[in-house]
Write a new protein. Structure first.
Length: 572
């Protein structure tokens, strides 16, 4: 427990007991005061009224003045009835006084009146005695309770007086003695203070300091140099470039492989400032920049080389501590040039094959059109069915080759965008007209909702219309017959929002983040494409500084949308 907390608890408890003592004393004094006031106001006054009436009854024969005094005191007594049985006596006295008023010479009646007065005085005197006994008992209880509370206050104060100084002075005495031992180079000295007080934390810090001093005193320089050479040999033997940085991102060590890739000598690292190195060397600038991409390329060995950067935090537990501290970073570079060349070769192969396939596919489509011409003769139903299958497969093949060509453009970074300031409505209109026949075959109504007075947008109309067409085709494919699809275009802040909403089965939450991945198709859905459409759509929109996304709930349909920035007047 903290020393401050102990002081708060001890002094607070003593203060609380003092408050309780004061409250109990005040409570009992007030109670006794009220009892005394009740005796004076209730019983003593009744006795006084009875005595006055008794004295006046002796003078009743002398005239009306004594009768008036009797009536005045009787009225006061009737307003001061407080004890049990006093009401009946008072009522009898009032009745007898009424009779005496008409027959003041009746001695028998006067004697009965005096007897009732004496009984009234007796009742109130007995009440005074009872209340006096109650007050004595209350005073006795108050004395006992106040004595107990006072004793507790004294006990708590005595315990604090005895123990609190020792709790503060003993740890200080131990620490002082240990510091004197450390000053005499006795680094094995330790302080043991249990608990979680400030002194325990101070003792822990003192022990950590003593342990480090002992470690430094026992260490040997030749052993340190040997360990340093062993670590340098281990790092230089690695085939991957390795660079070590400290907390200020300065180079602590670098192996020969990294120096060779950077085209530098080890003396350059030692003699040049860190900022100069980073500014003049492309590799070091890429590697040490925490905001740079994980994959990067540099020019070396007369060709472009690609590297993947892996950053490993260097954490240690200092001697005498319990928590880890980061002292720098270890950067390992992996040469992925071979894999990148294979990837480029794959992309070129796909582009070449896709381009070459377009010619025979177009020839197949042309031949199918010629077979439907009347001059070629009438086809029977089986032949028409086969011809329809050829046409559908050729269209599907042409779509696949187009998507593969678009994908190869994306991967090589050769997306050709012909952006210009355009009206957004033709993009919507083109997509709706292109997919109209597909929607009519399933009896799906396409409802278009476009806000009025929309601004122009700086886009590639062909690529953007391709994305809207892809959205609409997917919506029609996954919608049920006789349903509805909503196509909307509206302004939202400084963006134009294009959206296609269907009311099909929707997309499960676990797949929403993957629908724009390459080759991904939702498990259990109709596999009618390559899984590249949405991925290519994302690349087209992102390359126009737009945002693409989907809102969907399972069973409630999906809304695919993309947002394009509205150009400012200066940009237009």
């Amino acid at each position: 427990m903290k020393i401050k907390t102990k002081l708060y608890i001890g002094i607070g408890l003593l203060f609380l007991m003092i408050l309780i003592l004061g409250a109990v004393s005040t409570l009992y004094v007030n109670s006794m005061k009220k009892d005394t006031e009740n005796v004076l106001s209730a019983n003593y006054n009744s006795v006084e009224y009875a005595r006055n009436m008794l004295r006046a009854s002796d003078k009743l024969a002398f005239g009306p003045q004594a009768l008036a005094e009797l009536q005045q005191n009787m009225k006061r007594q009737e307003a001061n009835v407080t004890e049990g049985g006093e009401r009946e006596i008072t009522d009898r006295l009032a009745k007898r006084l009424l009779d005496l008023s008409s027959s003041p010479q009746d001695n028998q009646l006067a004697q009965e009146f005096r007897t009732d007065l004496i009984e009234l005085m007796t009742v109130n005197m007995n009440a005074i005695v009872a209340k006096s006994d109650h007050a004595k008992e209350m005073a006795s209880n108050a004395f006992i309770l106040i004595s107990v509370v006072g004793a507790l206050c004294f006990l708590i104060g005595f315990v604090l007086f005895v123990n609190l100084p020792n709790h503060i002075a003993d740890p200080i005495r131990k620490l002082t003695a240990s510091i004197k031992e450390i000053a005499q180079q006795n680094y094995s000295q330790r302080v043991h203070i249990e608990g979680q007080s400030e002194f325990a934390e101070l003792a822990s810090s003192f022990n950590s300091m003593a342990e480090r001093l002992q470690e430094y005193a026992n260490s040997k320089l030749d052993q340190i140099l040997e360990e340093k050479k062993r670590i340098e040999t281990l790092i230089n033997s690695m085939h991957d470039p390795v660079i070590g940085l400290d907390q200020q991102r300065r180079i602590v060590f670098i192996n020969d492989e990294a120096l060779q890739v950077a085209g530098m000598q080890r003396i350059d690292i030692a003699e040049k400032a860190t900022a100069t190195l980073y500014n003049k060397n492309e590799l070091l600038n890429q590697v040490t920049n925490p905001n740079a991409d994980a994959n990067f390329k540099i020019y070396g060995d007369q060709k472009e080389q690609y590297y993947e950067r892996e950053v490993i935090p260097m954490d240690i537990i200092p001697t005498g501590e319990q928590t880890k501290q980061q002292i720098g970073e270890l950067i390992v570079l992996k040469n992925i040039t071979t894999f990148k060349e294979l990837d480029v070769a794959k992309t070129n192969f796909i582009a070449t094959v896709s381009h070459e396939l377009k010619t025979p596919i177009a020839s197949i489509q042309l031949s199918a059109e010629l077979l439907k011409h009347p001059r070629m003769g009438e086809l029977n139903p089986d032949q028409q069915h086969i011809l329809q299958g050829i046409e559908e497969d050729s269209v599907r093949l042409l779509k696949i080759t187009s998507e593969l060509l678009n994908m190869s453009q994306v991967e090589t970074g050769n997306i050709m965008l012909f952006a210009k300031l355009s009206n957004p409505w033709p993009i919507i209109d083109y997509a709706v007209k292109t997919t109209r026949m597909q929607a009519e075959q399933k009896h799906i109504q396409v409802r278009v909702v476009v806000e009025e007075n929309l601004p122009q947008v700086f886009v590639d109309e062909e690529k953007t219309a391709w994305v809207m067409t892809n959205f609409l085709s997917n919506a029609i494919r996954y919608s049920t017959e006789h349903s509805e699809i909503k196509v909307s275009l509206k302004k939202e802040n400084d963006m134009l929002v294009f959206a296609v909403q269907d009311f099909g089965k929707g997309i499960d939450a676990s797949y929403k983040d993957r629908v724009f991945d390459r080759y991904f198709q939702i498990p259990g859905s109709m596999r009618t494409g390559t899984g590249l459409g949405l991925s290519i759509s994302k690349d087209f929109i992102n390359n126009q500084n737009g945002i693409i996304g989907v809102d969907s709930e399972s069973g409630l349909g999906s809304t695919f949308f993309f947002k394009l920035p509205i150009p400012k007047v200066s940009e237009a």
